[in-house]
Design a protein around this ligand. Structure first.
Ligand code: ADP
Length: 511
């Protein structure tokens, strides 16, 4: 799909001198915390600035929530859970309200897409046409589940019978990252709402705008006050206050492996709340000799540079079988050079700016490290322009498995290419990582596809495709990429707990 937006004579330059003029950038309406159905200032009165990565300039001052604000939000969510209507509504009523919420998301896609573009540097047209409608579909998927939450009937012994109930787990903390603010929001909020939970959402400090907009739409859709609260602020303060809160019953977190560890520690030392963690990755993209080189080189590039490489499932360790290695590499370089980087409002652009200065500098420092450790830089490697946080699509060849760029998550448009001989060898090398989030296998040989997919330690495997997500397909990690699953019916269970109930079949004389 990205191909469609690519300009024919394109080059790796910042288009239009950096800023596109044809899209009306909306006024930012929501900048305060959303607690108990109202937009309110932080208790401290503090704010922080959210930056437009196209320019590095501030676009809005956002309320800086902290522990006191999280306490207020939890109080509202607790009251809404213990005494409010949401968990007690028939599932069909929750469904009806959630469907309205999804419709409102779609109706406002244009405005929200613009917010995502100035906040996260996301491609405007892609976000408007694909991401937001797909996010609305995710809400609809979970809306459809709201009246199909079942327990089971247990036969037990001759005298007793039992059944299980699935009940909402309570007040949940949903901590989301900056790379997919909309998708992450619906992935967690959707099942939590369907289950009948109440919640505190903490968007990343880099990208608070869409979550606040969704809070406003949730109210308009009829989600009762206190059910969905949004506390914007920093991870070490607002985020940490959520993970260590004694009155939050579960935390679902998506972010880095380091912070995932802190989330688990905080849960362990507070009220032992269950956590689900979707963390980092360093996914292998494996290409066997028998593929269509041109087509798969296109996919391999996309596997690394989609969303500027700011995606936890990026297939940035590209293993190419020796028979096509040189040909494949040449195609990769050709395609990377034609990849258009520039203002994400421009429909001819395929890659916008990195989310912020910190991420931009981190990526450039990994590129320097790649060079220093002896990998061969084939293309890219430099920032683009003098304004904003643009980085060239970058390809390193001759990457050894133990180089830093082959081991650590870069979260940028940087590919590490490696050569392999046999299937057995590549399985071993692909699994030789602390992560286990995703993997791609490109081959037309069914036996290879089946053997490799069963041998790889990763939560999602794509055969002859990449980045295929579906609301019905569970997503999550093996190893240090985390545990628990987002999306799919399995994710609903993370917001439910099972109660077992037993009773005699007849009144026994001994009871
Ligand atoms: P990244 O490294 O991709 O920026 P992080 O893991 O730092 O991702 O951030 C993901 C989310 O976790 C953000 O919403 C961030 O504010 C939050 N966060 C960061 N530190 C903490 C923490 N100590 N406790 C809870 N949440 C945190």
């Amino acid at each position: 799909m990205l191909k469609e937006t690519r300009s024919q004579e394109s080059q790796m330059t910042v288009q239009n001198g950096g800023l596109h003029s044809h899209v009306n950038i909306p006024k930012i309406k929501f900048t305060k915390l959303f607690i108990n159905g109202e937009f309110v200032d932080a208790v401290s009165g503090k704010t922080f600035e959210t930056i437009d990565p196209r320019t590095g300039e501030a676009v809005a001052s956002i309320a800086q929530g902290d522990k006191e604000d999280v306490d207020k939000a939890v109080k509202a969510a607790r009251e809404a859970f213990d005494n409010g209507p949401w968990p007690r509504l028939p599932g069909s009523e929750r469904r009806r309200i959630m469907l309205r919420f999804a419709d409102l998301m779609e109706q406002n896609a244009e405005e929200i897409a613009a917010l995502e573009t100035i906040d996260a540097g996301k491609l405007y047209f892609w976000t408007k046409k694909l991401e937001i409608p797909s996010a609305a579909e995710t809400i609809r998927y979970f809306a459809g589940a709201a009246d199909k939450i079942h327990g089971s009937t247990l036969k037990m012994s001759r005298e007793m019978q039992g059944y299980t109930l699935r009940e909402p787990i309570g007040v949940v903390g949903l901590i989301i990252p900056w790379n997919f603010p909309t998708q992450m929001f619906v992935t967690k909020v959707g099942p939590a709402l369907a289950a009948g939970c109440t919640m505190i959402v903490k968007p990343a400090e880099q990208t608070p705008l869409s979550a606040l907009y969704y809070a406003h739409l949730a109210k308009e859709a009829g989600i009762p006050d206190g059910v969905l609260n949004v506390v914007t602020g920093y991870g070490h303060s607002a985020g940490a206050a959520i993970t260590s809160h004694m009155d939050i019953d579960k935390v679902s977190f998506t972010g880095s492996t380091e912070v995932g560890r802190l989330v688990m520690q905080a849960a362990a030392t507070s009220n032992l709340k269950p956590v689900s963690l979707e963390l980092g990755g360093k996914s292998p993209f494996i290409v066997f000799d028998d593929v269509d080189v041109d087509k798969m080189a296109e996919l391999a590039l996309l596997g690394t540079v989609y969303n500027k490489g700011e995606i936890c499932v990026a297939g940035s360790r590209v293993f190419i079988q020796e028979g096509i290695y040189d040909k494949f590499l040449a195609k990769l370089v050709e395609k990377a050079k034609a990849w258009v980087v520039g203002d994400p409002f421009d429909p001819n652009v395929s890659q916008g700016p990195q989310v912020d200065k910190k991420q931009f500098e981190k990526i450039l420092s990994y590129i320097e490290l790649g060079k220093k450790e002896g990998a061969t830089l084939l293309t890219g490697g430099k920032p683009i322009g003098t304004k904003g946080y643009y980085v060239e699509p970058t390809i390193f060849a001759d990457v050894a498995d133990d180089m830093t760029i082959a081991k650590e998550e870069i979260f940028g448009p940087v590919m590490s290419v490696m050569k392999f001989k046999t299937m057995e060898e590549v399985i071993k090398r692909a699994n030789c990582t602390k992560y286990g989030l995703a993997a791609g296998i490109m081959t037309n040989d069914l036996n290879i596809a089946n053997t490799v997919s069963r041998s790889l330690q990763a939560g999602i495997i794509w055969i002859n495709c990449y980045f295929v997500f579906d609301k019905d397909m569970p997503f999550g990690g093996y190893k240090m990429s985390g545990f628990g699953r987002d999306l799919g019916m399995e994710s609903l269970n993370q917001y439910l707990q099972v109660k077992s109930i037993a009773m005699p079949i007849y009144q026994s004389p001994w009871l």
